[in-house]
Design a protein around this ligand. Sequence first.
Ligand code: HEC
Ligand code: HEC
Length: 408
Amino acid sequence: MRFTRHDALPYALALVMLCFSYLAYASSGQRSGGMRTAPRLHARTPALGEACRLPVGKQMEAVKAFAKMMPVFKHDRCLNCHGKFNVLSADEHTGAGAAKESKLDPTTLLTVSERNAFHKPCGNCHNQVQGKGVRPELTTNVVISGWMLPPPPMRWVGKDTEQLCILVKGFEENADSFVSHVASDHGEVQFVKAAFEGVRGLDSESIDLYDVVPEPPPGSMGQLIAQGTGWARLVGDHWKDSPECGCVLPKIKLKVEHTWVFDTPGGVPSRQASDARFEVKLEPYGEDRPNYFQGQISLERPVDTKVPASCRATTSVKERWEFNALLEPDSGSVKVWHTQLSDEPTGEIVCSQGGGTARMNADPGALVGLLGAGEMVIPLDSTRRKQASFEGLRESLAITVLAVPEAK
Ligand code: HEC
Ligand code: HEC
């Protein structure tokens, strides 16, 4: 009885491919131990869910769509009110004296009445802003109007795009209400409109007197509304799924199906086959390598070994899979590098022959196919499949990329 090994060549090939795939990402840098987690907000966010159920492709589109508004959001005309400009500093601000009159500090939490008191003198110069709103205070409603600084939780300065997105989303009830904010400041005080006029809400007299040059943010208010609407529609009903939903690139997981069959007609065994189905969660590498993810899994997969009726086979193989992935926001695809490493082969074939017993190692660990190491480009939310055959080997590998609807 002879134990045929048809697998020597595919194994060698697999080793070569394995080396290539290691090189492919070894050259792209170091892993930074730290995982990316969204920082906790000090701002109050309404009751939010835990998992973002938006399909991963849509999540990526949304993150991209929000970023389009950043040239405006991070422009001085918006950011100066939202925390960048120190109104109390005489070096920075012509109106510093007026801003100090109330002795209140606008970077601390003030009551509505205190805010009105602080902003009272601002209108002497900043009087070109329309509209008014009403805010409740204890038992009464207080009217607010005119040029005003946002309260401290709405200070955007020092926040990156993701943090800003989470903050802004948390202050709006739903997608429509965000659009209404950008389009019309909820029909209250028209700060966005004033920002696009570029002149800090100053009247023409002050503009001349203080040599203020109009500097509106890039694009038009119409464009900002269109961009804001685009983002908000993408997030849509998932607005409250989780704070990160539509703001932070999703974590991804891979669904893997790997099957192989070795046929060795006339051999013992005459066929070995194994199906493995598993999921691997990928973690981001960290800030220094945006859009890169990695993950691994160890598994022991049973091998179905076909032997003559007089024999019995118990065979399995321990292996480890490593995955590296690069999310490509422009194409909406993920490039996946995968490596399959076989650890310990285990298995035995026992045959009864004329009253005696013969045992042999089935050694399925050596049955490494052609597809274990390599790379694939996979569109989000979809599956790519590879197939190979070589002499008696038939192998297939399918990988699906999905978002992780995960609680934080
Ligand atoms: C005496 C006129 C005057 C008064 C009063 C005044 N400001 Fe100003 N403010 C200016 C001028 C002029 C600028 C443009 C920058 C500069 O030259 O100081 C400005 C700029 C600003 C900016 C930056 C806006 C941007 O788009 O870059 C903010 C915010 C601001 N003021 C807030 C206030 C607040 C809040 C008050 C009231 C507490 C106030 N200002 C009172 C004259 C005034
Ligand atoms: C004169 C100062 C001022 C300017 C200029 C200004 N804002 Fe605001 N903004 C405010 C105030 C005040 C609030 C809080 C309104 C309230 O009480 O509901 C606010 C709130 C917001 C909010 C909701 C709260 C948050 O943090 O998400 C958004 C969104 C916003 N502003 C967008 C903008 C954009 C975009 C621009 C520039 C095009 C801009 N603002 C320019 C004063 C300003």
